[in-house]
Design a binder for this molecule. Structure first.
Ligand code: ZN
Length: 303
């Protein structure tokens, strides 16, 4: 029998508390550890003010007030960092004799994704040289299931190779890596239509047109306005070649990132269109970083 050995001391090391989370006073003492491995504390000031004096490692974090054991939370973060799907972790958890139901794995994976989103939204985008491209993805949400029902009646409306029932997503990626870290600044924007006016407004809202100084795109007609907005706008004709011989313009970095999106959506299988931002942010994080369980737990606990 395999058994995953979890260090339940982990939360104590990450969130070693020097002050009370309720009153922010340093007059506290350590009390004891419970069976779960959580360190408990006692606050003297809260005792005087007739509040709850006791608190532990996970009070006022994302995992506050949840019944799941810390051992299981750490196990779920381990499989999440290995890029396993929710259904697969549910099956492996049964095999290790440490069972977690399918609904709770969905719930906790969403918590981890929200932690990543919270962490990533703080990073500023100060780049001037960009590549732009778009990709079509079928999210397989409720619309997809309705389409499969309609097929039974005689109409074939399932997402195949065409662009119907798929949502276009525009990817904007920086040509240069950010200094000191080997990361790129990336923005993904789901589009409702492909008119150049709509795309212009979206780019202005997300990044700002003043930051678009040098831009490289393919010969899609909606990107023509970039010639007026940006200082320099290079184009590649993908029917002829991948790199423009005259100017050296190419969109190969975005094409690589788009293939990453395809790969990760094989793991998710189903995705609600409301949660596009969560999933996209996770993909950007996985593209830029090597994912470990400690980093994910830290991002969730951080305020
Ligand atoms: Zn207190």
């Amino acid at each position: 029998m395999i058994k995953l050995v979890c260090n339940t001391n982990k939360f104590y090391k990450m969130t070693r508390k020097h002050c009370c989370p309720r009153c922010e006073n340093k007059d506290i003492k350590m009390v004891k550890k419970d069976k779960d491995g959580k360190q408990h504390y006692y606050c003297y000031v809260c005792r005087k003010n007739h509040r709850r004096p006791y608190f532990h490692d996970l009070t006022f974090t994302v995992f506050h007030g949840k019944k799941l054991k810390t051992e299981k939370i750490i196990m779920l973060s381990h499989y999440f960092s290995n890029n396993d799907s929710a259904h697969r972790t549910y099956k492996t958890s049964m095999r290790i004799n440490n069972k977690v139901s399918l609904k709770t794995t969905w719930k906790y994976f969403k918590l981890f994704r929200e932690g990543i989103l919270k962490f990533q939204s703080r990073q500023p985008l100060e780049e001037k040289h960009w590549e732009i491209d778009e990709i079509y993805i079928s999210f397989r949400d409720k619309k997809h299931h309705q389409a499969t029902k309609r097929k039974l009646r005689g109409k074939s409306v399932t997402p195949g190779r065409g662009t119907e029932l798929k949502t276009p997503i525009m990817c904007i990626i920086s040509k240069n890596r950010l200094d000191d870290q080997k990361k790129r600044a990336i923005k993904t924007i789901p589009l409702e239509n492909l008119s150049s006016q709509y795309i212009k407004e979206k780019i202005d809202f997300e990044i700002g047109l003043s930051n678009m100084q040098i831009v490289e795109t393919d010969e899609f007609p909606s990107y023509k306005f970039m010639g007026k907005v940006a200082l320099k706008h290079y184009e590649v004709n993908h029917k002829k070649h991948f790199v423009n011989h005259r100017t050296g313009a190419n969109t190969n970095i975005v094409e690589n990132f788009n293939q990453n999106i395809r790969y990760y959506f094989n793991v998710y299988r189903f995705c609600d269109t409301e949660n596009i931002e969560l999933y996209m942010n996770e993909i950007i994080y996985r593209y830029n970083n090597i994912v470990t369980e400690n980093d994910i737990l830290k991002m969730c606990i951080m305020n």
